[in-house]
Design a binder for this molecule. Structure first.
Ligand code: ADP
Ligand code: GLC
Length: 494
């Protein structure tokens, strides 16, 4: 099956979060299972400067305000997968991040930047751009790629089915309604039954309304987003798609995240040879200026610092955590207020709390390996990858029971025969007391080294790779194609 994966970031070239990890790994798993797979990416500097053997496929435009747009065909470094890159210097070749400038402000022309991404995906699917290849399925990730579903709906000739994956409903791609004219779609697409969302235009909604199938990155989040609490105002649209919406749990790249082969670590280790993990812990304690103490339970956080991640709960519970004898390492960037609060906590508890306000991929691996427990107290979490990386590294996750965290972490308990079950610790209420209680349970088990090691090994033995999820996506693509042919045009506009 010919499949085009469309997204805005991809590990290891450009990454702001877990989306990049997914785009870096899922396509490889799909190709390994026989899909004729290609990627479509915007020509951001980190991408266009890194791809190999780029050659011109065709010249496009002027479109979306860019005089010169060239579609390139190239090869991804590392994975070697074939990739189309949109070289639109005016829209993509600039410093700063993929969505925001250096000051953190959204790029003023994001509608054009990501409108173009979706439009090129649909053009490719219609066989307009590359005479040698056209996808049968376009798989668009998050709002950045969602417009491909609207463009495919508007020009259904060519017949590619579309699958849209929600990675995070909190980021929707909202634009002034008046800018809709720049999208080159009929005004029918600017109505509330299409892109309009409370007087604005929503790219996320383009995916939700017009994709043949909608997925999100865990079964629990798929249920949650049909409710007002998690639906971010789009719960009605999601409910209206009924059985077209499903959850497929993310996997992890087990080659990138492998404690037995991880060059970033002070010492490598495995479930059979756990000694190296103690060396990683000692190195981490030294790196963060903490007392180098093998017995002290070391807690870790690697995260974007946003309200989503619930890290204010860690700050509120901190005095009690320290009283229980714990140490804490935090690595993150984001909300200035949270950064300041963690900086202060690090200053106030030097030797027990280490804080690194920054983004550092190698550092994330060292923390994952060096800590005993990873805290993920999210208010909502579509999937969450850090708790899965933790499991693979023999680090016990302590998480809030929400979204993908609830689907991947199971409370450690003894069954009737006294056998240890589960792989981590969970709490329900988004309050510091609930986090503290879960940590108290975790620390009680931590004090029983034999049982704790068994818990670590249970996590390390889990199968978290992309093989299973890739199979589920392939089955879904087949369904989307069958449904697409049956429906001819997907959902109608009224
Ligand atoms: P989200 O995508 O919502 O941020 P995920 O858990 O899916 O959450 O993915 C987060 C990814 O970003 C993980 O790969 C994690 O290791 C990484 N990450 C987050 N913050 C940092 C940081 N400060 N330094 C390095 N990696 C980070
Ligand atoms: C989003 C979500 C996160 C998920 C990631 C990859 O960034 O916030 O929960 O793991 O996408 O799907």
């Amino acid at each position: 099956m010919k499949v085009l994966q469309v997204g805005a970031e991809i590990y290891p070239l450009i990454k702001t979060g877990g989306l990049a990890d997914v785009l870096g790994a899922l396509p490889q798993a799909l190709a390994a299972q026989g899909a004729d797979l290609r990627l479509l990416l915007p020509g951001l500097p980190g991408i266009i400067d890194a791809v190999l053997h780029a050659r011109r496929v065709c010249q496009i435009g002027p479109v979306f305000g860019a005089a010169k747009v060239t579609l390139l065909r190239a090869q991804m470094p590392y994975s070697q997968l074939p990739v189309y890159v949109i070289d639109a210097p005016f829209l993509y070749r600039r410093g700063g991040g993929p969505y925001q400038d250096r000051s953190g402000a959204e790029w003023a022309d994001n509608l054009q930047r990501f409108g173009l991404l979706g439009w090129v995906a649909a053009q490719l699917a219609q066989g307009e751009l590359d005479p040698e290849w056209a996808p049968e399925v376009v798989h668009a990730h998050d709002w950045h790629a969602a417009m491909s579903c609207a463009y495919l709906h508007a020009h259904p000739a060519g017949g590619a089915a579309s699958v849209f994956t929600i990675h995070n409903l909190a980021y929707q791609g909202l634009f002034p309604h008046d800018d809709g004219a720049l999208l080159g779609l009929s005004s029918r697409y600017m109505s509330p039954s299409a892109l309009e969302f409370h007087g604005q235009l929503s790219f996320m909604k383009a995916g939700l309304k017009f994709a043949d199938r909608v997925t999100t990155v865990s079964p629990s989040y798929a249920r949650e987003i049909a409710t007002p609490e998690f639906g971010a105002g789009l719960e009605g649209v999601i409910r209206s798609r009924g059985g077209d919406v499903s959850g497929i749990l993310n996997g992890i790249d087990t080659a990138v995240w492998d404690p037995a082969a991880d060059a970033a670590l002070a010492q490598r280790y495995s479930a059979e040879q756990l000694a190296g993990k103690a060396a990683c812990k000692a190195a981490l304690q030294a790196q963060f200026g903490l007392a180098v103490d093998a017995q002290a339970p070391l807690l870790g956080v690697v995260s974007r610092l946003t309200s989503q991640k619930g890290l204010d709960l860690v700050l509120s519970a901190l005095p009690e955590l320290l009283q229980m004898g714990a140490q804490l390492v935090v690595q993150g960037t984001g909300d200035p207020a949270l950064e300041a609060a963690f900086r202060m906590a690090g200053g106030a508890h030097a030797g027990r709390v280490g804080v690194l306000l920054g983004y550092d991929e190698i550092g994330a691996h060292r923390i994952m390996a060096g800590v005993d427990m990873m805290l993920v107290p999210s208010r909502f979490e579509p999937c969450g990858l850090t708790q899965m990386y933790a499991l693979r590294y023999g680090t016990v996750p302590v998480v809030r029971r929400v979204g993908g965290l609830a689907d991947t972490v199971h409370e450690a308990t003894a069954d009737a025969a006294g056998e240890l079950q589960g792989n981590g610790f969970l709490f329900d209420a988004a309050d510091p007391g609930a986090l503290r209680d879960a940590l108290a349970r975790a620390l009680a088990l931590y004090r029983l080294p034999e049982r704790w090691r068994r818990l670590m090994r249970r996590g390390m033995a889990e199968s978290l790779s992309w093989d299973g999820p890739a199979r589920q996506y392939l089955a879904l693509y087949a369904q989307a194609r069958a449904g697409h042919e049956g429906a001819a045009r997907g959902p109608d506009l009224d």
